[in-house]
Design a protein around this ligand. Sequence first.
Ligand code: FMN
Length: 368
Amino acid sequence: MLMHRPLDTSRADLHVDAVAPLDESPLRMGSRTLPTRYFLAPLAGYTHLAFRRVIRKLGGLGLATTDLVQATLLLSGHPKSRELIETSPDDNPLSVQIFSGIPRDLIGAARWLEDQGYQGIDINMGCPMAKVNGSGGGARLMCDTGGACGIVESAVQAVSVPVTVKMRLGWDRENITAPALAREFEQLGVAAITIHGRTRQQGFRGEADLLGIRDVVEAVDKLPIIGNGDVRTAEDALAMRRLTGCPAVAIGRGALLDPWIFSRLHDHAQGRPMQDPSPDHQIQFLIDHFTFMSEQHAERSCQLFRKFAAWYGQKLGIPDDLEDRLRRFESLDEFLEIIDQIRARHGERQATVPTALLKVPNGPVEKW
Ligand SMILES: Cc1cc2nc3c(=O)[nH]c(=O)nc-3n(C[C@H](O)[C@H](O)[C@H](O)COP(=O)(O)O)c2cc1C
C-alpha cells in the first residue's frame, strides 16, 4: 500500500532555510509568464480537458499539461490522439506533451501543434512504460545524451513557442543523467525542465529523491527546474521548494487526492490562511467535473468519470458505499441521485485511506 509520509524538512543534509519567504511572483518560462508556481503534472487517463477545467475553476493553477501524446499518431490524425489535445478558451495556460523515438515525427508534431495555436510543447523523457521506451521514447531518451540533445535542439529550433522537457533523474541509480542533460538543454534553449525525483527503474516505488532534484537545480544557470514527485499537500509543495531550491512544483496524484491543493497554495502565496472547501463546494466540484466531462464525451462520460471516485472519496467525505456506487454508475440520473445522497450523508465516511492509494501499480516496472 502506498501511504503518504510528509516530505522530511528536518534532514540534516539539506540545510534548509525554513523561514525565508519563497518567491511567489509570476514565473517566466521562455516567452510565457505563468500566473502561479504550482502546476498540474500530466497523468495519462486523468488530466484531460474536463479535469483541467474543473481544477482551473478552483483557482491557483499556474500551468497544465496534456497527457502524453504519441507524435506519429497525432500527425496521422488518429482520433484518440486528437481527443487528448482537445482544449477550450478557459483551459489556459496549457502545454501539450508529446513523445516519440523518431525525431522527425516529434519535430513534425511540435510544428503542427504550433500551427494549431498551442502555446507550449513539452517533450516526454520520463515515461517508464515498456511500450513507450521500446520505441526509443520516454525515459529511454535519457540513456542517449547525444540523441536527446539532438531532438531537443531540433524541437527548439523548429517552433517559436517555448519547448520544455519532463524527465526523471535517470534510467537507474548508476545512470543519473538529469543534471548533465539539464545543463545541455539549458544551452540549447529549452524554457524549463520538470524533474520527477525517481529513476525509470524505480517506477513509482520508494520516495521522490529531493537531493536528486536539488542536484539538477544546482546544475543549471537560470533555467527554471520544476520539482515533481510525492507532493500530496500544500505543505509538501512548499517543503519541496525549500529543500530543492526549485522555483516551481508540478503536482500529479496530489491533485486527484485534493483538487483544492492549488487554491490553497495560492491562498498561501497571497498571504491568506489556506481555505478548506465547504461540503457545498465539494459537491459542486463533483457536479462541475461531471458536467465538463459530459460536454466533451457525452455518453462516455459515466465510464470516464468512475475512476475519479476512488481518488476523490476520502477528501470529499463521500460515504464508502456511495463511493462504491460512484465507481459503477451508468447514467446522469443515477449520478444525480448519488449526489443527492452524498449531500444528505456528507462526512459519514469510515475509510481513512483514499481507495486509489490501495491500487497504485507496485510490481516490476517491466510488467506495466
Ligand atoms: C496514472 C499516471 C499517469 C501518468 N501519465 C504521465 C504522462 O502522460 N506524462 C508524464 O510526463 N508523466 C506521467 N505520469 C507521471 C506524473 O506526471 C508524475 O511525474 C508522477 O506521478 C510523480 O508525481 P506525483 O507524485 O505528483 O504524482 C503519470 C503518472 C501516473 C500515476
